[in-house]
Design a protein around this ligand. Structure first.
Ligand code: HBI
Ligand code: FE
Length: 283
């Protein structure tokens, strides 16, 4: 994501983490979590990747209410060696990458206001924990996230964070995956959004294109609306293999002069699952 430079908050550690402050959540905070959770728990079966639903049970342990990150980390640690640590909001790219490279997922500790259930300026605890944590319990996806953190550290040295961030955006945040029963959601930005859970899978508007690493690194994305294109992976194993086994250094050099691709463009070389009408974006 392309964010402004956050400034280091008072009271945060050098790595930007803070205590979650679980006991400070209000009854209303927990009620907001429960409402969002119930809404998505009803929405997702039949739409989301089964690996996500398997991991979701982990979040039910400390329910009702916002999960306690320490309990969650104990469970995650046993499953895949990941932890969830609290941050007050966005953290700088290098800090973010360092946490991921060390299997720590940073989660905002605050929750959105009840009158803004569907609008988010910064990732809150519902997006970060409901959206991201279930797949961190999946061994292959867990490795992919760590590989992304390491890749981020290398991309920083190549001045290529903007390109690599597109990979995060179009997979971790807005990815779709094939299954025998049809396309399924797995991106955290989709699965934590009531409206985009439907749109990403069922709307005629967006393109749905096969995952192609080189192409994807050149593709712009929207931060202000539903995506105009979603990329579809074959499987988490395939995603991890394609990215782990790629030396991004030469790839960044090769792509340095390649023009960006607009977010609604379909190329002759694309594998097209859906040729979108783009009616939503044009309206
Ligand atoms: N900080 N808290 C938080 N959450 C994110 O998802 C995040 C971040 N800082 C940087 C960042 N994401 C992205 O810019 C990286 O993917 C490049
Ligand atoms: Fe996210």
């Amino acid at each position: 994501m392309q964010y402004d430079h956050p400034s280091h908050p008072d009271g945060a550690a050098a790595d930007w983490t803070i205590p979650q402050g679980w006991s400070a959540y209000s009854a209303q905070d927990h009620a907001t979590w429960d409402l969002l959770f119930e809404r998505q728990a009803r929405m997702l079966p039949g739409r989301v990747a089964p690996e996500f639903l398997a991991g979701l049970d982990m979040l039910r342990l400390s329910r009702p209410g916002i999960p306690n990150f320490d309990e969650l980390s104990d469970r995650l640690m046993k499953a895949t060696g990941w932890q969830v640590v609290a941050v007050p909001g966005l953290v700088p790219d290098e800090v973010f990458f360092d946490h991921l490279a060390n299997r720590r997922f940073v989660a905002g500790n605050f929750i959105r206001r009840p009158d803004e259930l569907d609008y988010l300026q910064e990732p809150d605890v519902f997006h970060d924990v409901f959206g991201h944590v279930p797949l961190l319990a999946h061994p292959v996806f867990a490795d992919y996230m760590q590989a992304y953190g390491r890749g981020g550290q290398r991309a920083a040295r190549h001045g290529a964070i903007d390109k690599l961030a597109r990979l995060y955006w179009y997979t971790v945040e807005f990815g779709l995956v094939r299954s025998d029963a049809g396309l399924r959601l797995y991106g955290a930005g989709i699965v934590s959004s009531h409206a985009e859970s439907r749109f990403a899978l069922e709307s005629d508007s967006p393109n749905r294109l096969g995952f192609d690493l080189r192409r994807l690194l050149r593709t712009k994305y929207r931060i202000d609306d539903f995506q105009q294109t979603y990329f579809v992976i074959d499987s988490f194993e395939d995603l991890l293999e394609q990215t782990l086994e790629t030396d991004f250094g030469p790839l960044y050099d090769e792509l340095a002069d390649a023009p960006d691709i607009d977010s609604e463009t379909i190329l002759p070389s694309d594998t097209v699952h859906t040729h979108g009408t783009q009616t939503h974006a044009r309206a």
